[in-house]
Design a protein around this ligand. Sequence first.
Ligand code: NI
Length: 169
Amino acid sequence: MIYPIVKYPDPILQKPAEPVTVFDAELRQLVDDMFTSMYDAQGIGLAAPQIGVSKRLTVIDLSFQKDPEKKIVLINPEIVEKKGKQVEEEGCLSLPEIRDRVVRAAQVKVRAVDAHGKPVEVEGEELLARALQHEIDHLDGILFIFRLSRLKRDLQLRKVRKLQKAGEW
Ligand code: NI
């Protein structure tokens, strides 16, 4: 099924998600539904809180359906290594129309488990490193606008309020 995307300021987006402890058919269905919901929303990354499920689960597909081997499922992920620095523009399905440059590590290594509870390790740089950090932030209740300077964040939040008032949020 396709879940609607939860938008800021829904509180589920701003609290840490619960670790996944049960690896059953229901979880695997949720993973499938997350990919479907992400593609439907034209996204390349989605974290479970963004569909209203407070679990430490995220999916990423930088190929956007073009290469099944690029599909990444991360459950209970942890960043175990960070290197360097990059500053690029980011957006988020939970903050439509809001984009800004965010400081991130240039390279990261992530340890997680897959939908069967099997350990996986993903190393990424550039866009993948950015996506990994952005999605894992979601699991900690951190939206990318809270990685901006206070001044920039306030500007973006003013934009959000304008869109809300106009009924475009
Ligand atoms: Ni996001």
